[in-house]
Design a protein around this ligand. Structure first.
Ligand SMILES: C[S@@+](CC[C@H](N)C(=O)[O-])C[C@H]1O[C@@H](n2cnc3c(N)ncnc32)[C@H](O)[C@@H]1O
Length: 505
């Protein structure tokens, strides 16, 4: 590809991003060209530059949004997809709404409608009096062809594959080889052609939704677009309302407006109260912190203790200089100052924990309360074996930023130490959900599962940890590796897996 062709593809990528928000890495722009070329041919245009002009012309915007959307998105969806989340919705959102009998729900990126219709069926099944409720379920998508299918309400057996047979019988009528949704559930859902990133056009401002489902949509967007889209969704959600995302999507690094919920073996988010209410809550929780009783000591040797023991002797095994030039961990924002952060990390890497701590202690009272400082302090306290101080720092950090994966991991270590292995597993699983690239929660979860005799989970977690360790950022290993080098941690995973292999035989 010559420079002119690359330039043309880059302009195409920018036009597509402006139209529907999709992000394309530099190494994928050729694929973008391949995907959109059929559309250029279908329109009889001379090439991409002509197509770019069309993409930018207001009169073609709606048609091209659908065309580009259909060529670039996967519209795969089905009834009862990730049903754990639907049950969480029924219990956490719909049950409390039974008092007022009022519910507002958005299905953002609803494709051919299976998601909002699943909600309608689930509500009918749970609440026999739903006809007397004031319910509004709105599904929207940028793909007009999918919306047409949604409005027709006719589905293949494949779309109904996860639906229990009794519900299929009760809510559908067989028409030739398709299944037609009956009016009872169908009439509960309205559809709208709406692009989540259309500039200036957002009809759901102040919609006061009780729940928004935006599953398997955000993954297409660049981080900046994702922020804009989440801000829009937030403006449509009532305070305390819930946001359900796909399994591979998380709000880490996108917004602080939500707290993570983990129930029904699934994850979702709840919109936080206003800043003022949050500050009041914080003051209350700080008072609680200061009076919290010390956790009971565990009889078993925990990973926390192993870290404490190792932090003084094994750090020397970590490759010296590995940290040099490495970017500060992505778990940090720049507020504490990259230099100060790098200084503390460099001291930690050289096992100079006391100096690192002194550096932290010299921070101003305000700087000490910043999330970055709290996280570093929690790490230092963990390495020193000071569980109480580590846990207090974690609690404070999570009260400010409960989407902080590192804090959840450190909390898991503290809980394991105090004998609460179930709590530890929960926090490891939250950390892994919030940052699927973080190796240590996987490793820790693997060791916990092995100790509990759950060898299948142990094997799967340690295998994932092994893969992640190979790519883990050096600075994050210094922070969370507990004083062990990448090689030591890798070898630990391998040894544990090999031992289990023997036991499985
Ligand atoms: C994989 S489907 C997800 C369907 C359903 N939410 C689910 O999880 O089963 C993704 C849908 O998001 C829609 N989508 C992608 N970008 C969008 C945007 N900017 N505005 C509205 N819808 C969008 C696509 O058209 C597609 O139908």
């Amino acid at each position: 590809m010559n420079g002119a062709e690359r330039g043309e593809l880059e302009r195409l990528r920018d036009a597509v991003s402006d139209l529907i928000g999709f992000g394309f890495e530099a190494d994928r722009i050729v694929q973008l060209g391949v995907a959109l070329w059929p559309r250029v041919q279908e329109l009889g245009l001379s090439g991409f530059d002509a197509y770019i002009s069309r993409l930018r012309a207001p009169e073609h915007r709606a048609a091209e949004t659908t065309a580009v959307g259909s060529l670039l998105t996967v519209t795969e969806t089905y009834f009862h997809r990730s049903y754990d989340q639907i049950v969480a919705f029924l219990d956490q959102v719909a049950e409390p709404a039974a008092r007022s009998r009022r519910l507002r729900i958005l299905s953002a990126g609803c494709a051919s409608g299976e998601e909002p219709y699943t909600l309608a069926i689930a509500l009918r099944e749970r609440f026999p009096d739903i006809e007397r409720w004031d319910v509004e379920i709105v599904g929207f998508d940028l793909n007009a062809l999918m919306l047409k299918k949604a409005e027709e309400g006719r589905y293949s057996a494949w779309s109904l594959r996860a639906l229990p047979p009794e519900l299929k019988k009760k809510y559908f009528r067989k028409v030739e080889r398709s299944y037609e949704l009956l009016p009872a559930a169908r009439s509960m859902v309205k559809f709208l052609h709406q692009n989540l990133v259309e500039p200036g056009v957002w009809p759901f401002e102040g919609f006061e939704a009780d729940a928004i489902f935006c599953r398997n949509v955000l993954m297409y967007f660049s981080p900046d677009v994702m922020k804009t889209v989440v801000t829009r969704l937030t403006s449509s959600l009532r305070k305390g309302g819930y946001l359900f995302l796909g399994h591979a999507e998380a709000l880490r690094g996108i917004t602080q407006d939500y707290q993570l919920c983990h129930t029904h073996e699934t994850f979702y988010y709840q919109k936080r109260p206003s800043e003022q209410e949050r500050t009041e809550g914080r003051e209350e929780s700080e008072q609680k912190d200061s009076t919290a009783a010390a956790p009971a000591a565990s009889e078993t040797i925990s990973w926390f203790e192993a870290i404490h023991a190792a932090s003084e002797r094994v750090m020397a095994l970590a490759k010296r200089g590995e940290l040099e030039g490495a970017p500060p961990s992505s778990l940090f924002t720049a507020t504490l100052g990259k230099e100060k952060l790098a200084e503390v990390l460099a001291l930690m890497e050289k096992e100079r924990f006391s100096e690192a701590l002194r550096l932290m202690e010299a921070l101003s009272p305000e700087a000490k309360e910043e999330p970055e400082a709290l996280l570093l302090f929690a790490v230092l306290m963990t390495n020193r074996g000071n569980i109480e101080a580590a846990e207090t720092a974690c609690e404070k950090l999570l009260a400010r930023d409960d989407l902080n994966a590192g804090a959840h991991y450190l909390k898991a270590l503290c809980l394991e130490h105090s004998g609460d292995e179930e709590g530890a597993r929960e926090h490891d699983s939250i950390a892994a959900h919030l940052d699927p690239t973080l190796a240590m929660p996987r490793l820790h979860a693997g060791l916990l599962a092995k100790r509990a005799g759950d060898l299948l989970t142990a094997q799967s977690e340690l295998t994932r940890a092994l893969g992640l360790l190979a790519r883990e950022e050096p600075s994050r290993l210094v922070l969370f590796g507990g004083g062990f080098s990448r090689e030591s941690l890798t070898s630990l995973c391998r040894t544990e897996l090999a031992r289990m292999g023997e036991r499985f035989e």
